[in-house]
Design a protein around this ligand. Structure first.
Ligand SMILES: [Zn+2]
Ligand SMILES: [Zn+2]
Length: 510
């Protein structure tokens, strides 16, 4: 890694420099796969990956893990679920049927596309499923300890989080044999030898579970420090909700030390990603853009860049409309500059986008088909080396226009002279005629020349260039504004542009 003296040190390198270089490290990330995993969730894992790469580049011994909390209960019927999912509330996600009927279970339905997206984004954690750990008996020793020490844990939780817990409070939730819910049950008896817990469920059922077989789980505030100790987690990114005073990191830290004699991981707190104008992203409220939806539009490098360019403690206001175009432009600039740490952290393919996305947005709206796209690009002076790559970029631009583009970006080249173009006054008509003649004579059909010609003609004819711009857009699009004129006319080609401008001039005189 080469860091110029004048260059600011990247935040991931700053974190990497703060951890103990003498020990082996494990960075843990985790998400509950209760719904479509959105780019707000992505921040958790990509933040972990950036710190991981920062540490790796310093020569540290480090591993990245991702724990899928597929043993968590379904909390409610989310907007994207059928109403009959009400019957599954409280059941572990891994025991609920998947909404599409094709996947192993509910959790896998949302995990599969997320894990595929991580792979595309060059994030390759060791994946752990909470359900398999619990049911495979990995946590048995820790659960015994937690139940033995439950009074001590209760005292820590009450003192650090300033909330009173009921006398019947238990750090362990059995899965009730009768209602099959992860139940806030009362523990009646505990047999650490046999790993059994006798409980009275909220539903009234009295029964016995074996926690060595995963017939129950620890409450979140205890589960978290337990897994730090179990997996030897030394660094962990987490959302700001856990970082609040008396929050689960604070209680987890004390529980880890007192119960497991383990030091809490180095914290990497991150802020939310919100959707511009709509608030914090959450799949439970439907305010979210999924990672997979974004990967249909931008290369994965750009999504990594979104996280890499912002310090974790700063909120990100994500705008999939014009904001996304600015993000892509910014990434292209960083890519062209090369060699920055931000670029190293974001770049996956190393392939620069040859054709600016903004330009592609214009091209696909002019072209009727793929052949047209390639013709226009060649006319605009792009040498098409990677035909497939260019057409994929064109496809992404089309999806963006359909789903996220504001109306002012959209246009349609009219096949015949639009009726709204038949209004120019005599001066404008004269200027349009001069412009058409100028265009016909140009030896260099380039965006810059085409654009500048409008100003030259404006000066010569004493017509405000703004009026000329408007008249050109009106005669081609039937609307007063359009894409940047030079590029636009260059893409349309000389025959079409000159022909149409002459039509507009003549139509006015008829
Ligand atoms: Zn499914
Ligand atoms: Zn029950």
């Amino acid at each position: 890694m080469v860091v110029a003296v004048s260059e600011k040190i990247h935040w991931a390198d700053v974190f990497a420099a703060k951890v103990d270089p003498e020990i082996s490290h494990r960075i843990a990330t985790g998400i509950t796969p209760s719904g479509p995993i959105h780019i707000g969730n992505m921040r958790e894992v990509v933040t972990g990956d950036l710190v991981y790469k920062g540490m790796r580049d310093r020569g540290l011994d480090v591993e990245l893990i991702y724990i899928a909390d597929d043993f968590d209960p379904l909390r409610k019927v989310y907007p994207f679920l059928p109403q009959d999912y009400a019957q599954y509330i409280g059941r572990p996600l891994c025991d609920i049927p998947c909404p599409c009927g094709e996947c192993e279970n509910y959790a896998e339905h949302f995990l599969a596309p997320f894990l595929a997206a991580l792979d595309v984004m060059d994030v390759h954690p060791h994946v752990i499923r909470a359900s398999r750990e619990y049911r495979g008996g990995s946590y048995t020793r820790e659960i015994s300890r937690v139940i033995e020490k439950r009074e001590e844990i209760k005292e820590i939780l009450e003192r650090v989080s300033h909330r009173a817990l009921p006398d019947t409070w238990s750090p362990f939730y059995p899965i009730c044999e009768d209602c099959r819910r992860i139940s806030n049950a009362e523990i009646l008896a505990f047999d650490p030898e046999a790993h059994k817990v006798r409980y009275r469920c909220e539903c009234g059922h009295i029964g016995e579970v074996n926690y060595a077989k995963g017939e129950g789980k620890l409450v979140w505030r205890v589960d978290w420090p337990m897994r730090w100790a179990h997996f030897g987690v030394t660094v962990e990114p987490f959302g700001k909700d856990h970082a609040a005073a008396g929050g689960s990191y604070d209680t987890g830290k004390e529980i880890a030390e007192a119960i497991f004699q383990y030091r809490a991981p180095f914290p990497v707190m991150y802020e939310w990603i919100s959707l511009k104008g709509r608030g914090a992203m959450a799949s439970s409220t439907g305010v979210a853009v999924t990672i997979n939806a974004m990967l249909e539009i931008v290369p994965p490098d750009v999504l990594r860049y979104l996280i890499a360019r912002t310090k974790p403690e700063k909120a990100i206001d994500f705008d999939p409309g014009m904001g996304l175009l600015s993000l892509i432009d910014e990434f292209d600039r960083v890519a062209q500059a090369g060699e920055s740490r931000e670029y190293e952290f974001s770049s996956i393919t190393g392939i620069e986008s040859v054709i600016p996305f903004r330009h592609m947005v214009t091209v696909v709206q002019i072209a009727r088909d793929e052949k047209g796209v390639l013709e226009i690009l060649e006319r605009s002076g792009y040498a098409i080396r990677n035909r497939e790559g260019v057409l994929a970029a064109a496809h992404r631009a089309r999806i963006w226009i359909e789903r996220y583009a504001p109306d002012f970006v959209k246009f349609e080249v009219q096949e015949t002279l639009p009726s709204s173009a038949l209004e120019p006054d005599a001066n404008e008509r004269y200027a349009l005629g001069v412009l058409a003649a100028r265009y016909m004579a140009l030896d260099d059909w380039s965006a810059e020349r085409l654009h500048n010609a409008v100003y030259e003609v404006g000066k010569e004819t004493n017509v405000d260039p703004k009026q000329i711009f408007t008249a050109v857009y009106l005669s081609i699009l039937g609307q007063k504004r359009g894409p940047r004129l030079g590029w636009f006319l260059e893409a349309l080609g000389r025959d079409f542009v000159v022909g149409r401008l002459m039509e507009a001039v003549n139509a006015g005189t008829e």
